[in-house]
Write a protein that binds this ligand. Structure first.
Ligand code: SF4
Length: 343
């Protein structure tokens, strides 16, 4: 297996509050290898975006303390100075946000904004940057790119602006694209087109992507591997097929239930100690409230990369208690995913 491009170990983002410290990201481990798409999935407030911002040094609040280890192609990012981080963000790690309004400057034409991104990355671009900008607009599927290169953001539809934001992200030919809820602000038809485009770019450009989403449809279509997050902590991880076939952690099952409409999410306060899902988990026992569960293999094969942080997967515990719902939950989600695929 090739060396990971990004390795994150025990990442924490602690927010200093008037009444104590809130661990908004708590013990995140993550690897992303070149050419793969790793997806952070969880409901809003689970720490997905803060994880990405912490990795790339985008956390600006002095009230948030980021610690742990982040290595991007060998470079220790948490120890890097701001100038180094800015260069890495401009050249090697690109962002695609939920709302293209944030990525586009209303006073410059889209062509100028793409040219700026190209020349930040390469001071002697070949072919010349305007020509490259038109090619990039064509790559992201904007019709009549030669004319539209001189358009301003307000002259474009929401879907077109998201394509332009993607063209800007691709302008530096980044090693890693961080896509944070890239389709959430779009209507359903445009969402489908942007997803198709991302799938196509993955195939054709061998893009490496760290994807953040709450939407299981997006996960199913784009991810190679998944990390499920709950209240700042990773709770399940593994290849996308394994997680969708056997959602093993009780929180992942609740997330799938909520997607299929089987149950609504509850909004209990996460438990302060032990497993944070203990206040909502139907299988919780006393140990769950005192000890934070480590990741354990879901199957009996210890070498599997499908793991869940739940005490029922420890040796000597009866994992069938939490696994008994997995097949039903997975089948219900699968039928819904098939329906939306056919839309
Ligand atoms: S560790 Fe306990 S509370 Fe947490 S998911 Fe497993 S059974 Fe539920």
């Amino acid at each position: 297996m090739s060396k990971p491009l990004l390795t994150v170990e025990n990442l924490r983002a602690d927010i200093r509050m008037p009444d104590g410290v809130l661990s908004a990201v708590d013990g995140m481990d993550l690897t992303v290898t070149r050419g793969e798409t790793v997806c952070l999935v969880g409901e809003s407030g689970s720490g997905k975006s803060l994880t990405c911002d912490s990795i790339t040094g985008l956390v600006s609040s002095r009230k948030i303390d980021v610690s742990g280890s982040v290595r991007f192609d060998g470079e220790a990012l948490l120890e890097a100075d701001e100038a180094t981080l800015r260069t890495i963000r401009g050249n090697r790690i690109a962002y695609l946000f939920q709302n293209s309004h944030n990525a586009l400057d209303p006073v410059y034409s889209i062509g100028n904004q793409i040219v700026e991104a190209i020349t930040f990355h390469d001071d002697d671009p070949e072919p010349e940057p305007r020509e490259q900008a038109i090619e990039l607009l064509e790559t992201v599927g904007l019709s009549r790119p030669g004319e539209r290169v001189d358009s301003y953001p307000h002259e474009l539809s929401q879907g077109m602006r998201q394509r332009v934001a993607l063209a800007i992200a691709l302008a530096a030919d980044p090693d890693l694209l961080i896509a944070d809820e890239p389709t959430s602000a779009l209507d359903v038809t445009i969402q489908a087109r942007i997803l198709e485009l991302l799938e196509q770019l993955k195939r054709e450009r061998d893009l490496t992507v760290l994807l953040v989403t709450h939407d299981l449809r997006v996960v199913a279509r784009l991810a190679d591997r998944v990390v499920v997050m709950y209240a700042g902590q990773p709770v399940e991880r593994g290849p996308v097929d394994a997680v969708f076939e056997t959602p093993a952690h009780p929180y992942t099952q609740a997330l799938f239930d909520s997607f299929t409409g089987t149950t609504q999410k509850t909004h209990e306060q996460p438990a302060a100690t032990g497993c944070r899902f203990a206040s909502e988990c139907p299988h919780a026992v006393d140990d769950c409230r005192t000890e934070r569960p480590a990741f354990e293999a879901v199957g009996t094969d210890e070498t599997t990369s499908h793991q869940a942080a739940c005490i029922y997967y420890r040796d000597g515990r009866d994992r069938s208690k939490v696994l008994e719902r997995a097949t039903g939950v997975a089948t219900a989600a699968d039928s819904l995913l098939e329906v939306s695929d056919g839309e």
